[in-house]
Design a protein around this ligand. Structure first.
Ligand SMILES: [Mn+2]
Length: 218
């Protein structure tokens, strides 16, 4: 669903910018409340990388910020989760909400490139993320992390986040660690590659009319 511009952000200057771009605004707002988490998220696919992230999980704030900056998405996200249990519910539910927001903002997946692929190096690390806005959720996750924790963050949650994103965003996604040692670098490179690949896949191509599929439908 494409929201009317005036319902987004309540910021006139911002709304005008979107209008000037001459396209329908590809934006989404998600509010999701369960007994475990309460998340509000707004996303503009055609943004400039303006981010506010306050999820209660510092490492995820860092990752969501660099994801949006490198994908040129505008993203505002707040979460109140049961982090007194651990970060699991919050991180997984952030993946659900971000996946829903992408699916919602892209709408019927018409006129977009559909595929995106990005290699991102970070010092000794090189990560590749390739994805397809396919409506066929599938995650290939070939990222071995030698550390169980980065700071207080449980590194296995990176996969949980991606699994939720893929399922709710209708994405086929392959994430591969080509080489690397430092777990912080590896997860960070993965989130940057995710941002760049999603930006590419969701970008408009004037040659594409309707959905890019030889079958005619995704
Ligand atoms: Mn970092």
């Amino acid at each position: 669903m494409t929201l009317p511009v005036e319902s987004f952000h309540g910021n006139e200057e911002y709304q005008q910018e979107i209008m000037v771009a001459g396209f329908n605004a590809r934006v989404s707002e998600i509010h999701r409340k369960t007994k475990e988490t309460d998340i509000s998220l707004s996303l503009n696919l055609d943004g400039s990388g303006r981010v506010t992230a306050a999820t209660g999980v510092g490492f995820m704030d860092h990752m969501l910020t660099l994801f949006a900056v490198h994908g040129f998405f505008d993203l505002d996200v707040t979460a109140q989760g049961d982090i007194e249990v651990d970060d699991h519910h919050t991180v997984e539910d952030l993946g659900i909400c971000l996946g829903q927001a992408f699916k919602d903002a892209v709408g019927p997946m018409e006129g977009i490139r559909r595929y995106g692929c990005s290699h991102v190096p970070m010092d000794e690390t090189l990560v590749r993320v390739c994805l397809d806005c396919s409506n066929r959720p599938y995650l290939h996750y070939n990222i071995d992390l030698s550390d169980q924790k980065v700071g207080t963050f449980d590194t296995s949650l990176a996969k949980e986040f991606l699994r939720a994103l893929v399922l709710h965003g209708g994405l086929t996604l392959h994430a591969d660690l080509l080489h690397g040692e430092n777990s912080h670098h590896i997860i960070e490179a993965m989130f940057k590659a995710l941002g760049r690949a999603l930006a590419q896949a969701t970008s408009r191509d004037p040659r594409v009319s309707g959905q890019l599929s030889s079958k005619g439908i995704l």
